[in-house]
Design a protein around this ligand. Sequence first.
Ligand SMILES: [Zn+2]
Ligand SMILES: [Zn+2]
Length: 344
Amino acid sequence: MADAPEKIGPFTELAREYGPVVWKTLSDNLPRDLRWNWLLLMLAIALAIFLLRGGRGAKGADGRERRCGIVQFLLPKDIYTHVSARVDVALWIFERALKPVWALLLLGSLGPFIERSVIGALTSGFGPGPAIEPNLAWMLFYSFVLLLGYDFTFFLLHYAEHKVPALWAIHKVHHSAEVLTPLTRYREHVLEGPLYSIAAAIGYSVPAALFAWLFAGSITPITVLDIGLFTLVFGFNGAFRHYHVQFHYPRWLALWLQSPAMHHTHHSYLPQHWDTNMSVVTSIWDRLFGTLYIPERDEHTPWGLRPAEQADCRSFRQNVTAPFRDWYRMIRAPRSRYQPSSTA
Ligand SMILES: [Zn+2]
Ligand SMILES: [Zn+2]
């Protein structure tokens, strides 16, 4: 067995060629995060909703549905001139600038480490693996497992961010958005990037290692228009769920997949909406953890933190300093009002 060629997974392969390859992969992803193809798809669906519902279906800055003309429907002035939308832009620039750093440090090192460890454990426990020949069905299955793997680690981290006060102090920056724009997806505190990079490294590399052990050669996920299937689902969902137009799914589908409109309730500060719909893609984990909430059509969803908390988290500076201020208050008064969001 000592003579058998070492089995390596895609993360390790990438890390071995390090430097230019990793940087190229990361920089290729930089300007494409709001891809024209899914933004166009989003606008086409929004236009269809406008036509089907006779000008209804879009929400205003107050989170209330209203009837309006086409321009106001697609690009409402009260949302895009809101201070929250400006803070989105500033936080997006920070998030984009730091993303390659976190990706390089964590995805580029932790991913291969986990992958090697899992492959090593499987090989020592069960031998070199069955060396299955990959075909289209397996590739589709692999894409699906990767999607579920990341969806679950994302859910767990997001759930913890809502329930653990020290983590909520970081995540509340995403929830201090008082209006939703496609850029709100990237509205996060600089400290949140490393957390999600760790989650991504675990969520992708464990299934990647398992499949690298099972298959002969390397198995690749299915791509659509040169974009990974799961990247497409994440990207499209990420942009639309932070758009003010309500894109609902039929109830039977919403029980399995998160519709973009379901994220409107995640951002609402009403008690019945708080801590709901924490997954990105599937509804499976929310159902298992009892946090699924399927909103009615035109349900009022006032976005942001509860008004008392919002006043401290409006400007760019307030958002950047928010976790440090909260941690300081927690240390000074551990049993103060800085409790998990659901109990406050
Ligand atoms: Zn959240
Ligand atoms: Zn969000």
